[in-house]
Design a binder for this molecule. Structure first.
Ligand code: FO1
Length: 309
């Protein structure tokens, strides 16, 4: 069974780790968000691709939620001492990856190719594809002004309410090589339990990717990132409340209108009534407290696709 998964960083990566226990990793193509990529100290950082790489190869820091395990911060301390940019914290080990990626990109290699080489070196079994090789970035419009994603998320601690999102570059962006093929050749398409606005939104803003989903002939199953109307971590609940008008499963489904056939929701959200906009709702425990819970969630999503096929 070929599976294509659209995914953001941390939540998506945990879901993907569960999925690897359910389907053959070699048959999984992951389409990763690159709109929160940032250049820091001359280095190209791709946080969502890296969360996926580190999590699926056993290198992620589970407690912090991003970056590498066993990390040290000496380079960053030196940067801060010298008055350099240190608000976006790059660990020593993490920097190693960014050095390699940046060098590859400077030598003319595409992000897709650089990601493939890094993934191979780290022993990733699944195929990790950036959504696009073109520069698409997320900007958030807030009452305090418009900010680039990481300025809002990290520097300002995502405290500002979001009135609108912009993905400059997306209208002109092409899907990266392999992305449309992965979606077209999938037996099931999954949308990971990632933030619909800042993780999945920029992927779907790439016209060729949205078109591939719209013309799908196989089931597309999304997993809600909310539990009891609340985000496990991050601003997804506040964003849904303000931008979609609420935090029920129907509000989550509305972010994927015309693109999904089923929504997997948590037991705590069942009481909010029938989910509009999908053919099927799957109710299960969605908290990925450990690998076994993530595996069960992934199995529920894959199983739902079988019932729809
Ligand atoms: N998140 C933070 O809250 N603070 C940081 O300093 C930070 C640094 C960082 C460095 C590399 C990386 O891959 C991720 C990093 N993140 C940091 C996480 C990142 O901003 C977000 O988790 C994602 O962009 C949202 O998907």
């Amino acid at each position: 069974m070929n599976v294509a998964v659209l995914s953001g960083g941390v939540g998506g990566a945990r879901f993907l780790r569960g999925l690897m226990g359910v389907v053959e990793p070699g048959n999984v193509s992951i389409v990763g968000n690159v709109a929160d990529d940032i250049e820091v100290l001359g280095l190209r950082v791709s946080p969502d691709l890296d969360s996926i790489l580190y999590t699926l190869t056993g290198r992620s820091d589970e407690e912090r939620g991003w970056g590498r395990s066993g990390e040290t911060w000496q380079a960053l301390e030196s940067v801060a001492e010298l008055g350099g940019e240190s608000w976006f914290r790059l660990g020593d080990r993490d920097i190693g990856l960014h050095l390699v990626r940046t060098e590859l990109l400077r030598s003319g290699v595409t992000l897709t190719e650089a990601t493939e080489r890094i993934a191979r070196a780290l022993g990733l079994e699944a195929r990790l594809l950036p959504a696009t090789d073109d520069p698409v970035r997320t900007f958030v419009e807030t009452p305090a002004g418009t900010f680039s994603f990481q300025t809002w998320f990290v520097a300002r601690g995502h405290r500002d309410e979001v009135d609108a999102l912009h993905y400059p570059g997306a209208p002109a962006a092409a899907a990266a090589p392999g992305v449309v093929e992965a979606i077209d050749e999938a037996d099931v398409i999954l949308i990971a339990p990632s933030n619909p606005y800042v993780s999945i939104g920029p992927i779907l803003a790439v016209g060729e990717i949205r078109a591939a989903l719209e013309r799908r002939s196989v089931p597309c199953v999304a997993i809600s990132p909310l539990i009891g109307g609340r985000a496990v971590k991050g601003p997804a609940d506040r964003m849904l409340a303000r931008l979609a008008g609420g935090t029920t499963p129907t509000h989550v489904a509305s972010c994927y209108e015309g693109l999904i056939d089923a929504l997997v929701i948590d037991e705590l959200d069942e009481a909010s009534g029938p989910v509009r906009g999908v053919k099927q709702t799957v109710v299960t425990k969605t908290l990925m407290s450990d690998e076994s819970a993530a595996r069960k969630l992934a199995a529920a999503a894959v199983h739902a696709s079988g019932a729809l096929a």
